[in-house]
Design a protein around this ligand. Structure first.
Ligand code: MG
Length: 250
């Protein structure tokens, strides 16, 4: 949702539903803050030869905003969030994803406001993007959280104005009819540090409510980047679709 700055979420109970297998509520501000790891830094990985490059600094051809052209802008080789979300024209299932993101220096950042975006895998599962260096919020809403579900193992965010890197390995849920056999899972390295280790999503991302899986689910879907009212920036955005090993391939 664009232009919405949430109320302070740090230090207070949320009043939202309780998470399963946890004493905490969705967006619980009393949940312990992840340990801070200083001196992390963006890991820049050049797209390998078999990558699908989704943004290389030159154009937004791989992206759209609904039926329209991508609403974001390119400034100094970065794609800059504006107006509404953007989604990839192509659909993906299991992927390795690399992206670098930045909250520009000089913006006022507080809690969920000022430095918020998100990478929605399959358009459904958010890896939160938030300027979380010296900016406390409810832990399941900070950078590299599975938003509304699971905080990162540690807080590897560096200071505002720095480029940050995400390396993400995602597998979609596996269904048997309308039954979820395997949940969606994600591993995330933030600035080179493991912050989510093969973590299961409770279901597609929700706000203030408990996530759960729908009865039907696409096999592949576009990646969506969130515009949350903040001019967050992305660069060097590529994915590698992950298939199964084909022994007939040399
Ligand atoms: Mg977000």
């Amino acid at each position: 949702m664009a232009g919405i700055v949430l109320a302070d979420g740090f230090g207070v109970k949320s009043g939202n539903p309780k998470l399963p297998d946890s004493p905490y509520e969705v967006h619980d501000g009393t949940r312990p803050q992840p340990r801070v790891v200083e001196n992390a830094g963006a890991v820049v990985v050049k797209p390998p030869a078999d990558a699908k490059v989704l943004f290389d600094g030159k154009n937004l051809d791989a992206w759209s905003s609904g039926k329209d052209a991508a609403a974001w802008q390119i400034v100094d080789g970065a794609m800059v969030a504006a107006k509404t979300d953007v989604s990839t024209k192509e659909s993906f299932g299991a992927i390795q994803l690399h992206a670098e993101w930045r909250c520009p220096a000089g913006r006022k950042v507080h809690d969920q406001g000022g430095g918020n975006s998100g990478i929605f895998l399959m358009g459904l599962y958010e890896v939160q993007v938030l300027q979380s260096h010296n900016n406390k919020t409810y832990p399941d809403g900070q950078a590299a959280s599975l938003y509304g579900q699971c905080p990162p193992l540690v807080n590897a965010t560096t200071k505002q104005g720095d480029w940050q890197s995400y390396d993400i390995i995602f597998t979609p849920p596996v269904y048997d009819g309308e039954t979820v056999k395997e949940p969606a899972r994600v591993t995330i390295l933030h600035n080179g540090i493991v912050v989510q280790n093969n973590k299961a999503y409770l279901g597609p991302t929700q706000h203030k409510t408990l996530a759960s899986y729908p009865k039907t689910h696409p096999a592949t879907a576009p990646i969506r980047l969130q515009f949350h009212g903040d001019s967050m920036e992305y660069r060097n955005f590529w994915v590698r679709p992950l298939g199964t090993y084909d022994q007939t391939t040399p």
